[in-house]
Design a protein around this ligand. Structure first.
Ligand code: NAD
Ligand code: MN
Length: 783
């Protein structure tokens, strides 16, 4: 029997279980059986049934319906029918519904929290204090975006019907991240929760009716991968938003290639947790607890790779191990539990397998002596003596497992942090603001937390670099993912090209223009060239026939020009002004060249060259003005939303407007600090090859702009496949092939169609937005 003296001696907490009576009562009220939520009503579904289980006990909670393709079709039809009316209501009217949903989440927050814990196995402390409050916050914040939609996103319209597929690790929170912006922007949705965790989504369906949301605006279809596939591949879906594994994300990229569906992917991660020798080590230990043992480590942005400076490694690891001894693993409903149940026996055995393999490869295992219940539980785990290239350090484990490595210098920390195919998040610990803020921009990740970790807020976008996916959720940038620009101005009808003989004597000399790689004229590797003809059929000259090898060389040159990305906007502006002036000085030459090459009347060509010069001045102006933002989330501190260049952008320019379109594409990319490999107009490449002379006289650093002429489709595909290319812009008819080729490394793609390159819509924010990605750096104040 315990007495006060004994309790004081051990300082043990007694059990403090949260009651699950209300949640069990809610399940009973539904006879522990649920259908699909389609058009505001419950439908039985035409597929099989499956169970939702409490992973902590193994007990079945309810029977669910697996939506068949027919059911998904019914849901998409309901969403389609509801969409025009929902959009027409306007932002202010939609804001009222979103506020109502936010308040209903708060009103039922206890029920939501307990139900989430029952279904997912995560500690009640987390669902109660983190998941559900963030859900309410997300709906409130996006109610605000709905209110401001017309004034803050002029020229935009909703995408249409969104198909959304979410994972099991933050079931209701991921639902909120998907549904709130979609509805705010005027879309309707078909959402598929993860098969392990559908219950809070079904409770959410109920509150949609309680909020009197119009029928069909939100549809929830339960089921597993096949149902998800049916949602993603449904031809009447306009936008796909997915969170889950990189493997499925890649399959979705392939499945949607060429369909014109807008796509965002939030995938895996192996995020670094960097501890410098001058960090507050005790705070950093608590940070590590939140980074890797929050939600059993089943967090896409978990700080799962510990990088600690060598001088404090031993001390830090000791402190960490001591702290691990105090973590409580057990009943998720118990308010003192730190680590709850793993989502499923399958996931648990995968974690165990990955750890066992790591130990076999030489890692040293530490698990505290704390009690870990039988069943779907896994103890907090630390692995030391890990190599950066090993599977343990490269592959996502998605469990409570931290792998530790050390570094000596900040440069080494950056290199180790970036030694990953992922780029979701990073956490940096140092009391020296210079050290921390010097490293933040060097880590390739969408979110960087300084002296904190796993912070989320609706006002700050969340999303990855590299194979962690693309697109952002939250913030202004997240709203853009659910909006599209009203159609760009269509190209003007141009007079048919003149086929009259046009050659002047000087042009009659056949010259072979070379490729432009690393600031130098380069012969094509294969030694071949292709003839360029005037519309009259006369031979104008030859250009190099670029090959796979030439693309490789050009990408290498672009990668080497990395310092351009950290050059100041001010400096980039000066070079662009210089390019503009030099082009202006030679505009007569260019007018003549383009007139002869395209057979377009001189007046139109002259306007095009003039517009090109103006466009260059415009992007010189933008170079130091496309700023980020400072967010004020509900914490003492700030979030810096920084617009960072993509890196190396591959560009396939269209045939039309051979100088204007070409420049309209590379100039915004280069102004924002990217380096480009550009394939100019296949039909009329000579304006681009002449342009290299302008570049050579304008102080443009070598490798920033690389030009490879030749067969556009083949070269574009090679660029889209190349792992050294960070984004691919393609203007042409064969976007499907480019999108499919980009799936391997989940490259960002921009597929453009015909447009009026003279029009003001062919410059400005749309282009700058494509040229950058947002990194959110969280900087809390105070101790
Ligand atoms: P998953 O990618 O298979 O599942 C995520 C969602 O996608 C679920 O709703 C699932 O039903 C659905 N889905 C599965 N196959 C699909 C398909 N072909 N088309 C459309 N939808 C499909 O992830 P998982 O199997 O639950 O977990 C596997 C691994 O994924 C984990 O170990 C972890 O590494 C990673 N993961 C990442 C996140 C994240 O937040 N980034 C979340 C969960 C899992
Ligand atoms: Mn479950």
């Amino acid at each position: 029997m315990s007495n006060v003296a004994q309790i004081l001696k051990t300082m043990e907490y007694g059990p403090a279980p949260e009651s699950d009576a209300a949640a069990q009562g809610w399940l009973d009220k539904h006879n522990r059986s649920f259908g699909l939520f389609i058009n505001g009503e419950w439908a039985p579904g035409h597929g099989k049934l499956f169970d939702s289980v409490n992973p902590a006990t193994g007990k079945k909670l309810a029977t669910l319906a697996e939506a068949s393709a027919t059911d998904v079709d019914a849901a998409v039809k309901a969403a389609r029918a509801a969409q025009p009316g929902w959009a027409k209501k306007g932002g202010a009217a939609r804001a009222r519904y979103l506020y109502a949903l936010a308040r209903l989440v708060q009103k039922h927050s206890r029920l939501f929290a307990v139900l989430e814990t029952l279904d997912n196995g995560k500690p009640i402390r987390e669902t109660r204090d983190i998941d559900i409050p963030l859900v309410a916050r997300h709906f409130y914040h996006h109610a605000g975006w709905a209110q401001l939609l017309e004034s803050e996103f002029p020229g935009h319209e909703p995408v249409g019907v969104a198909g959304q597929v979410i994972p099991w690790n933050f079931p209701l929170l991921m639902l909120a991240w998907k549904i709130a912006p979609a509805l705010a922007a005027g879309n309707t949705v078909v959402l598929k929760p993860a098969e392990d965790t559908s219950l809070t989504a079904l409770l959410f369906a109920e509150i949609c009716n309680e909020a009197k949301l119009p029928k069909g605006v939100v549809n929830i279809v339960t089921g597993a991968g096949e149902t998800g596939k049916a949602v993603v591949e449904h031809p009447d879906i306009d936008k796909v938003a997915f969170t889950g594994s990189t493997e499925v994300g890649r399959a979705i990229r392939l499945a949607t290639a060429g369909t014109g569906k807008k796509l965002t992917l939030e995938l895996g991660g192996k995020s670094p947790f960097v501890v410098f020798e001058d960090a507050d080590l005790d705070a950093a230990v608590e940070g590590a607890v939140d980074a890797i043992w929050f939600n059993q480590g089943q967090v896409c942005c978990a700080g799962s790779r510990l990088l600690v400076q060598e001088s404090v490694e031993t001390r830090f690891i000791e402190k960490l191990k001591a702290r691990m001894e105090t973590l409580r693993v057990g009943d998720p409903l118990d308010k003192v539990t730190d680590i709850g149940a793993i989502i499923s026996p399958r996931q648990r055995s995968q974690i165990a397998e990955k750890v066992a393999r790591g130990v076999k490869e030489g890692a040293v295992l530490f698990q505290p002596k704390v009690a870990c219940p039988e069943g779907c539980f896994y103890p907090p785990t630390l692995l030391t003596n890990v190599e950066s290239a090993s599977t343990l350090a490269q592959e996502e484990i998605f469990g409570p497992v931290l792998v530790a490595m050390s570094f000596r210098t900040p440069a080494e920390a950056a290199a180790l942090a970036n030694n990953s195919r992922y780029g979701l998040a990073a956490s940096i610990w140092s009391e020296d603001i210079n050290v921390a803020l010097d490293l933040a921009p060097r880590i390739k990740a969408g979110v960087v937390w300084v002296n904190c970790t796993n912070q989320f807020d609706a006002s700050a976008g969340f999303g990855g670099y590299r194979e962690s996916g693309f697109g952002r959720e939250g913030g202004r940038e997240g709203m853009f993912e659910y909006l599209k620009l009203k159609a760009a101005k269509a190209p003007p009808s141009t007079p048919a090209p003149s086929t009259a003989p046009v050659l002047s004597e000087s042009d009659a000399v056949d010259r072979t223009a070379k490729l432009f790689i690393g600031g130098k004229q380069a012969r094509p590797d294969g030694g071949y060239s292709r003839a360029v003809f005037a519309p009259s059929g006369e031979l104008l000259g030859h250009v190099g026939e670029g090959s796979r090898k030439d693309i490789r060389n050009a990408v290498e040159a672009a990668q080497k020009a990395e310092s351009w990305s950290s050059t100041s906007g001010h400096a980039r502006a000066q070079i662009l002004y210089y390019v503009a002036e030099n082009l202006s000085a030679r505009s007569a030459e260019f007018v003549e060249r383009i007139r002869v090459m395209t057979g377009t009347p001189k007046g139109i060509v002259a306007k095009g060259v003039e517009a090109t010069v103006r466009r260059l001045f415009t992007y010189a102006a933008w170079a130091d003005k496309y700023d980020g933002a400072v967010h004020s989330p509900p914490l003492r501190g700030v979030v810096l939303a920084m617009n960072e260049p993509m890196g190396v952008i591959g560009i396939a320019a269209p045939d039309e407007a051979p100088l204007l379109a070409f420049t309209s594409l590379w100039a915004p990319a280069v102004a924002m600090g990217n380096r480009v490999v550009i394939v100019p107009s296949e039909k009329h490449p000579l304006a681009a090859t002449d342009f290299t002379q302008v570049l050579e006289t304008s102080d443009m650093p070598a490798g920033v702009i690389n030009i490879v002429t030749g067969g556009r489709e083949e070269l574009a595909k090679t660029l889209a496949e190349h792992r050294g290319v960070d984004a691919m812009w393609y203007f042409g008819a064969n976007g499907a092939a480019v999108e499919a080729a980009s799936a391997d490394d989940l490259k960002r793609t921009w597929i453009g169609g015909p447009r009026d390159w003279f029009d003001a819509s062919a410059e400005g924010r749309e282009f700058l937005n494509r040229a950058t990605q947002v990194k959110n750096v969280w900087i809390p104040y105070g101790a």
